[in-house]
Structure formats: C-alpha cells, structure tokens
Design a binder for this molecule. Structure first.
Ligand code: FAD
Length: 297
C-alpha cells in the first residue's frame, strides 16, 4: 500500500512508529509490541533510522520482517546523515528489493556528541534534497513522507522561513507529511492553516506521543522545541508514581487525538517508543471515531 495514495483517497491513517532496538532481546520485545498493536488494524507502521551504526541495517531488515511476518504495511525512515549518493542509491535498491513501498525521507539529527548537522561529502543537507534524489532516481517507485514542525524546527526560529523550506520539500515530491510531536492542538491547527495558506495541500498527519515518563518528555521537548502546555504540566505534577504518569499520559493523549480527529485531522501517527500499552489504550478510547482499516500486504 502506498501511504500517499491511501491518504489522498480520503482514508484516515492510524500508524505506529518504532525504533530499531540495539539488542536481540529488544528485537524480540519489539515483535511482541507489534503483535499487540497489530490487533488494532493500523494503516501502517514505521521504523526509524539511526544516526549511525548497526541499527541502520536493522531498519531495513525490520521493515521487511514486519511486512512478511506481521502482514502490516511498514514504512522505512531514511536520513541524509553520513551517506553519500552511492550509499543512498544502494540503500534504496535494498529497500525496493525488500518490497518496501513507503519511505519517510529526512535530513536527520547530528549523531550523538555532535552539535551541528554536517552535509556528507557527495551527500545531502536537507530532507528536500533527499526527496528530490529519490524522485530523480526512482520516479514514483516509493511513496514519500516528509517531516514537519507545527512549532517550527528547532534550528529555524523563523516559522515563516521554516514553512518556505517545507514548500521546497513538498515541491521536491513529498506525498504526505507527518508532524513532530506536540501537546497543544492549537499549534497543529494554526500550522495547518498557515501551510494551506502557503499552498501546501498534502495531508498533514499529527504525530502524538502519550507521555509515560516525565524526565524523558522534558528531554524530548527540549531537543525538538515542542511546548509542554501548563495544563499537561499540572496534570503530570499531580502524579505521585509512574503508573499515575502513564494514566495521565493516556488520558491527555486520548483527549488530544479525539479533538484532532473531530476537527478533521487525516489520522494519527503514534510515537510508541516500542511499547504498546499507552497506544493501545488511546486507540481503544478512539474506537467510536475510527474506521478500522487494516491493510494487509
Ligand atoms: P529538513 O526539512 O531538511 O530541515 C532541517 C532544517 O533545515 C530546518 O530548520 C529547516 O527549516 C532548514 N532548511 C530546510 N531547507 C533549507 C534550505 N534550503 N536552506 C536553509 N535551511 C533549510 N531523525 C532521525 O535521525 N531518524 C528518523 O528516523 C527520524 N524520523 C522522524 C520522523 C518524523 C515524523 C519527524 C517529525 C522527525 C524525525 N526525525 C528523525 C528527526 C529529524 O531528522 C530532525 O527533526 C531533523 O533535525 C530534521 O529533519 P528534516 O528532514 O525535517 O529536515
């Protein structure tokens, strides 16, 4: 299934994002999570691409395995970090051989310990360039997703300029967009309105992460520049143990998703952190709103 086409036909997508685990035990546990979440009939799942090292190959392996073994549509993420054109061409060939139809094409963050993104020799400096490369080389072989940032990308404080960069990404050939996590729906709707005013008509799927750990969410939001609204902060401050945090995270995310869907969002992309509990609970809360559209491969 090509995600761009699926969304373009007006279908709502419910999708789950995973990261490639570092250990065999982690892989086993990921497949247990995939099995749990499979019951919800996701439109697709996706596997992120690491900043370097062995998990990069694992992304390709996992996407192939999830398609074959779980029968779910699986999208591979791919970044520009550390890759020249020949590397990227070889990876694209491998993805095509594995039957992958969808790629989330990104610039990527600098590897751990480095502070700024460095354009690789003979490689690309922006997600838009990677998208243009894939389109130039393989035409429509893949449906391509791009990332977008309701609160602006952390390296580009000027939101209007960030939106111009997004226009370039769309013009390069993205088929759909998925947002960075956010906790304030007003940010999403304002961003969508600005994108539409700028002529961007692609589906913009909101990315939602149910909070499960306060320190972790502080770290993530600091890294990506998302805001924690005062109401969520107060809810979390009132939690006295981990279970209460997880429950508050589920309740908040369920409310957020319901509002997004009732006001026309084209689906929800869940940042699962390879765990099923919170995503399962939020999806069940949305049962009345969503059409179960399981797409086998
Ligand atoms: P770009 O769109 O290239 O933008 C990066 C910065 O450059 C922005 O500030 C933008 O405004 C600016 N810019 C763009 N074009 C130009 C231009 N022509 N001139 C000047 N400035 C420009 N990271 C991973 O490492 N692996 C993953 O699997 C992964 N998956 C993600 C999935 C989603 C849905 C999202 C939202 C993010 C994901 N990330 C992932 C994080 C992402 O790699 C970082 O946010 C990264 O910093 C930006 O990637 P991008 O493709 O959005 O960058």
């Amino acid at each position: 299934m090509r995600i761009g086409d699926y969304l373009a036909h007006g279908n709502r997508s419910f999708s789950f994002e995973f990261f490639p685990p570092k250990t065999p035990r982690g892989v086993e546990s990921l497949f247990a999570t995939v099995a749990d979440l499979r019951e919800l009939g996701p439109s697709f799942v996706s596997v992120t691409y690491g900043a370097g090292g062995s998990t990069r190959d694992l992304t390709i392996d996992l996407v192939g395995r999830i398609k074959r073994e779980a029968g779910l549509e699986a999208m591979a993420h791919l970044t520009c970090v550390g890759h020249g054109r020949d590397d990227l061409a070889a990876i694209l060939d491998r993805l095509a051989e594995a039957g992958v139809e969808n790629i989330m094409a990104l610039r990527g963050d600098p590897p751990r310990g480095e502070t700024a993104f460095v354009r690789p020799a003979d490689g690309f400096g922006y997600g838009a360039e990677l998208i243009a490369f894939i389109r130039g080389r393989l035409g429509d072989r893949f449906s391509l997703g791009g990332a977008c940032y309701p609160e602006g990308h952390i390296e580009c404080p000027d939101k209007d300029r960030d939106l111009c960069h997004l226009q370039t990404k769309v013009a390069a050939g993205a088929d759909f967009l998925v947002t960075q996590l956010f906790f304030d729906n007003a940010q999403y709707f304002d961003f969508v309105a600005r994108a539409r005013a700028a002529g961007i008509t692609l589906p913009i799927v909101p990315g939602i992460m149910p909070v499960t750990d306060v320190a972790q969410i502080e770290r993530f939001t600091t890294m990506c520049g998302a805001t924690i609204p005062p109401r969520l902060r107060a809810l979390l401050a009132a939690c006295h143990d981990e279970t209460a945090v997880v429950e508050a995270g589920i309740a908040y995310a369920a409310e957020q998703c319901r509002d997004l869907l009732e006001r026309g969002a084209p689906g929800i992309h869940f940042y699962t952190l390879n765990k099923s509990r919170s995503t399962l609970a939020v999806m069940r809360d949305l049962d009345d709103l969503r059409v179960r559209e399981s797409v086998g491969v």
